[in-house]
Design a binder for this molecule. Structure first.
Ligand SMILES: Nc1nc2c(ncn2[C@@H]2O[C@H](COP(=O)(O)OP(=O)(O)OP(=O)(O)O)[C@@H](O)[C@H]2O)c(=O)[nH]1
Length: 404
């Protein structure tokens, strides 16, 4: 996984820029996947050695790759309903759709097509689960799409079968150099069936068996709590709390029949460094306890299965020692990369007048300097980790150890 994910984290255009303004802070966030430890280190990626005029927040204009959104969610959660909404909305985007139906042929395709008023391409990936057996087919299909229609395409939407694990689907975007050159993952949108999700999320599996419902929530950039007409307020609140404990980072919307604004699902930029700050909207906690664990504020963990997937977020004012941060994150992804699904952060580091932003998936991290702190602005560090078996106390201790 780690090696494949490496290419997902594209070098930004700025990564190729010459080291300039912050030359004294020469240490990098290293390229942390093992295969890269022996490879030449990409100059300036994960480094503060960057010209602030060329920071991540202005690099998107140079990125002409076709964004791709992955829609995932349990069987019957409303993925096709959402897709129909996307295809019939007046967003003006030219969208190609890739669908995967496990064991069925083109059912969802005809459903979508019958509702569609615009001219998208609908391609089917058959003969197996998108997340494993036909990853090669997905790669071929993505390449075919961009080769034949790349200049006419504004977006690609991939609807996964209900049991698809998002991890390997995400991996698809980086396991092929050509695909990652022409297509960028825009985000993972997870549909949740409010009526049945709790049961699936709570299902205890054997340690080595993946709970797909949990994984789909954990990897999400956006979560749509669908079918709210079928539950009462108390059920909805309990479900929201449960989902937040798994993934505190994703924005959520409650809806019926997948009725959401298109901005919520298309153009998310879930893997773009320039969007990190907007995405890491964790609440600042007053008082001494600066870290919290999902919605549970780090208190009672007795109910959490030891292989549970949770979020840990940290919000704290102060300045961090970049060397210490590098050491900490390097160790963390080295030791726990497999269990770290997503991480994002906006931090204040020593000797820098600007924010440092980073994001990662499993063992890969990318980071760069971002816009300057205002003179009177509080330097609030915000970090979110989503993963399995997260040791909140250790994360918190390590974070505090980096504070100057
Ligand atoms: N009551 C209710 N039904 C809904 C809602 N959204 C979707 N449905 C219905 O739920 C059923 C399943 O919706 P789909 O969009 O096909 O779900 P899916 O996730 O694509 O299903 P699979 O492809 O089988 O995984 C359909 O009959 C929808 O009309 C909702 O908000 N409320």
């Amino acid at each position: 996984m780690a090696a494949a994910v490496a290419r997902l984290l594209r070098p930004t255009a700025a990564a190729a820029s010459p080291a300039t303004a912050l030359g004294s802070l020469s240490r990098h966030f290293r390229t942390l996947a093992l295969p890269f430890l022996t490879a030449p280190r990409p100059k300036a990626l994960f480094s503060l050695e960057r010209d602030l005029s060329d920071t991540a927040f202005d690099t998107q204009a140079l990125d002409t790759r076709v964004p791709a959104t992955v829609i995932t969610g349990f069987l019957g959660s409303g993925k096709t309903t959402l897709l129909n909404n996307i295809l019939t909305s007046q967003h003006g985007k030219r969208i190609a759709v890739i669908e995967n139906e496990f064991g069925e042929v083109d059912i969802d395709s005809s459903l979508v097509a019958s509702h569609s008023s615009v001219t998208e391409d609908i391609e089917m990936v058959n003969n197996g689960c998108l997340c494993c057996t036909v990853r090669g087919d997905l790669l071929k299909m993505l390449l075919k799409l961009v080769k034949q229609k790349g200049d006419k395409l504004d977006h690609i939407v991939i609807e996964t079968t209900g049991l698809a694990k998002p991890g390997p689907v995400i991996e698809t975007f980086c396991s092929d150099e050509l695909v990652s050159k022409y297509v960028k993952l825009d985000g993972v949108v997870t549909m949740v069936d409010c009526k049945h999700a709790m049961k699936h999320l709570k299902e205890v599996k054997a340690r080595w068996v993946v709970n797909e419902a949990v994984e789909q929530v954990a990897y999400a950039d956006r979560i749509i709590l669908n079918k709210i007409d079928l539950v009462d307020d108390a059920e909805l609140e309990a479900l929201t709390k449960k989902i937040k404990s798994i993934n505190e980072m994703a924005q959520m919307k409650k809806t019926k029949f997948g009725d959401v604004d298109m901005d919520f699902v298309l153009g998310i930029g879930g893997y773009d460094l320039d969007k990190i700050e907007a995405e890491v909207q964790v609440q600042e906690i007053k008082g001494a306890d600066h870290c919290h664990h999902g919605d549970e504020h780090g208190h009672h963990h007795d109910h959490v299965h030891d292989s549970a997937v949770t979020s840990v977020s940290m919000v704290s004012e102060g300045v961090l020692d970049l060397d210490e941060v590098n050491d900490w994150l390097e160790r963390l992804v080295d030791e726990k990369g497999e269990d770290l699904y997503r991480l994002k952060g906006v931090i204040s580091v020593n000797e820098s007048t600007g924010r440092f932003i980073f994001q990662g998936v499993h063992s890969m991290l990318e980071g760069c300097p971002a816009k300057p702190w205002e003179l009177d602005e509080k330097r609030i560090n915000k970090l979110v980790f989503i993963g399995r078996n997260l040791d909140e106390a250790a994360l918190r201790k390590a974070f505090n150890g980096c504070l100057l």
